[in-house]
Each structure stands twice: as C-alpha cells, then as structure tokens.
Write a protein that binds this ligand. Sequence first.
Ligand code: OGA
Ligand code: NI
Length: 330
Amino acid sequence: MNQIPIIDMSMLMGKKPSQNSLNAVAKDIRKACQNHGFFYVSGHGISEQLQFELESVSKQFFELSETEKMKIAMPKAGSAWRGYFPVGNELTSGKPDLKEGIYFGTELTEDHPKVRTKTPLHGKNLFPEYPADMKRIVLEYMEATTKIGHALLRGIALSLALPSNYFEREITQDPFILFRIFHYPGQASQPNTTWGVGEHTDYGLLTILKQDSVGGLQVKVNGNWMDAPPIPNTFVCNLGDMLDRMTGGFYRSTPHRVLNSSDKNRLSFPLFFDPGFDVHVKPIEQIAERQSATEDRWDGEDIYRFDGPYGNYLVNKVSKVFPELFKELS
Ligand code: OGA
Ligand code: NI
C-alpha cells in the first residue's frame, strides 16, 4: 500500500496476447485502481528517443524570452484553447499555480464541423516557430500515447469483468485528447513554496503522464499524501472523474498535486484520454449500482449526478481554471 505499483502493460499492446497474461494484467490494474487510483506503466512501447526529443524541445521552448513565448499565447487560439500560458495564469483550486505551460489537443483543420461552429477546445494547435521540430515531435507523441490510452482502457475494461472493447464501443471510439507540457520553476531559494498545481482530480477517463527526473508529484491515498517519484521510462497513470462516475465510485479519481520545492526546473507531460466530446457518460449498470459513494469531494461537486455530454463537464471545468480567458470568449 505504501508504494504506487508498476504495471507492465506490454501484453495489452501485443497483437495476440494469451488469456493468462491478460488476466494477470487485469488483476494488477484492478488492485491498483482500487487501492491507489494511480499506477505506473512500463512496457508501453514509446521510444526513449521520442521521449528525449520531447523533453529537449520543451526545455528549449521554456528557455525563450517571455516575448517570444507569448507569440503563441492562448488568447490567439480563441475558443480552441491552445497555446502558451505564463506562470500564474492557471488557477487549479482557485489559486494561481506556479507553472507555465502549453496546451495542445488533437490537430483539427478549419473545415472540421466542430471548428467551424467554434466549439470550445477544438481547433488547430499553436506551435512555436522555434524550436521548429516541436510540431512533429508533439504530434508524434500524442499519437503514440493515444494508442497507450486505448490499450489501457482495454485492460481497465477487463479489470471490471467487461468485454475488452467496452470503452471503445461505448465512449472512446473518438476519444477527446488534450495534451499539455508544463514547466514548474525551481523555488528552493524562495521563503515560501507555492503549489505547482493545487489539489485536484482530473476530469476525464485516464491521464498518462510523463515526468522528468525532478519529482514533486503527490497523490492522496486513503487520506494521506504520498510521493509519486520519477521512475525512468515509465508513465504515471491516474483515473479521472468520468471513470469514477461510470463505476459509481468503485474506481475513484484520486486527488493529486505538485510541489516542486527543489532548485531545478521540472517538466511534465500529461496526456488526457477522455470520452468523446458529445458522449453522454452513464454509470455502468452492473458495477455502479452496487456502489454508494457519498463522500464529499475536494471540489464539492457531485459527479454521480452530472448529466449531459462530457464536453459540457469539461468546458465548465476549464472555464474555472482560466476565468479571464473564458470571460473574453463568452
Ligand atoms: C494535471 C496534473 C501533474 C504534473 O495536469 O492534471 O496533475 O506532474 N499534472 O504535472
Ligand atoms: Ni491532474
């Protein structure tokens, strides 16, 4: 219990895995989801070369001057909500986070129906002019990580004794993907440390996070905070509100936060693998009806009663963390 488990997911990526190996991974996932709501994955198949490139272009970007970075500032993407935001602009639990970052998502062209109607969170990404290969690397990384998301949800379905394609059939045929790159400045010399990200849960199904070697991610398990330290060539996975809702709290979305109290700058790369934007996320009957989750959540919301398409839930959440930008757009 006092360590977040590491799960080898290679059999979920394989073409013809044996039933035994699938049963074994499903069992591990179930245990991890019930005990921690967090796990590391190894055997994900994303090349270390690509991960290295991603880290290195991100580092180069954040070292640019503020003027240069602001050339792709979020307001320039309008309702697509893409691009760069400076330190202090995002408010996770109502307070400014000590981080800067870039928002990306599935790259859509101008003639996509949702872009034409200016649906929030849909559109083209803003890529910087320098480093020039950030575009290629980010798009490649998002595509590869999305594959991991599909594979892990097959494992999560099996872990709930559902058919392996359950989620793909019901809600992630066209998953909603957001990807972020965050830079948490080192603050060892500051008299008071500030949260990089305050306590929160993630909104969708599954977050797949790559972190560099600095550390600072903390996870709340059974009321106690524990560290999720960097483990080379693994990703940290955690469950979001929609999986919690679908299972009636059998699998919970675990609160987490980031404190970079070191003197080094920290980079992290979360990809959010979420239900389709228009999908009505409903409780899975056989599972949710056995649960009676009633505890108060960190944000006082009642995710079990939420009704409507996932996109509404998401836009409401995002508008709270970027209130200024939201005002401009509405
Ligand atoms: C998030 C998050 C953790 C990190 O973006 O939702 O929790 O390490 N990020 O950046
Ligand atoms: Ni999070």
